[in-house]
Design a protein around this ligand. Sequence first.
Ligand code: SAM
Length: 259
Amino acid sequence: MFFNFFKKSSSTEVEQTKPLTQNYDDVLKIANFFKGETGVTFDKQTSILKNKVTTFCKHREICSFGELLKSLKQDSVLKQALIDALTTNETFFYREFKQIAQLVDIVKKGGQKVEILCAPSATGEEPYSIAIALLEAGVRAESFKIFGIDINQDAISRAKDGVYKERNVRNLSKEQLSKYFKEENALFILNDSVKSRVEFRVQNIFEPSFKNIGSFDYIFCRNMLIYFDKETKLKAKEILQSLRKNKNQEIFFGHADLF
Ligand SMILES: C[S@@+](CC[C@H](N)C(=O)[O-])C[C@H]1O[C@@H](n2cnc3c(N)ncnc32)[C@H](O)[C@@H]1O
């Protein structure tokens, strides 16, 4: 009796904190909304999506995916929070370095001022890697400008801070670390000499405003198309191609971003 009494009261307590109408079943509607907004598809990962969005809703006391959808259409702050929660920002310095080395060679040979776009930049490691590689090769800081964009607001704010954990800088040499970073409490703080070469902006590549960002000598678009379906990849490629100054210049896509 004593035991049953406790069992009952604890389950009642849990039920009392739960809203009555919780319904996190119709995950496909959320998947379609998210794909329509960002291009990112969860077609083969609906259970991962369901878990992430359920947690997102519970933290905000949103009782169903239906309620979430309704709020997302009216609340741009909530929409941005969902984008920040569901996009994958994994990146690190000198990732797939071969292409960066290729770019450095071209820029050195050209000897002219260049503008480079990194779309997406995530937390900044890729555009900063390009800046470091160009400086290491003796290219003058005034001879290049890099623009980093990403749909994830939190990632862009971290990119602007330029503070990294050891695992993010693992591919850099000790010399590069001491030349371009200040180490403090196991964090690596990027110097202004590199930060000043990169400008960041929160931007969705499918928003019409992206087409007004300007035109670029070189474009890096690595490890984003892997999250898109075939049709969306082609759409993204077409948009990026329209931003090239020289229509013969190939875009640097990642090795996994197959069409
Ligand atoms: C894995 S990171 C790639 C970062 C870096 N380019 C690299 O290769 O290390 C993928 C990034 O794509 C961004 N992304 C996804 N959809 C986007 C969109 N429609 N517009 C802009 N960025 C997007 C995500 O926010 C995420 O930061």
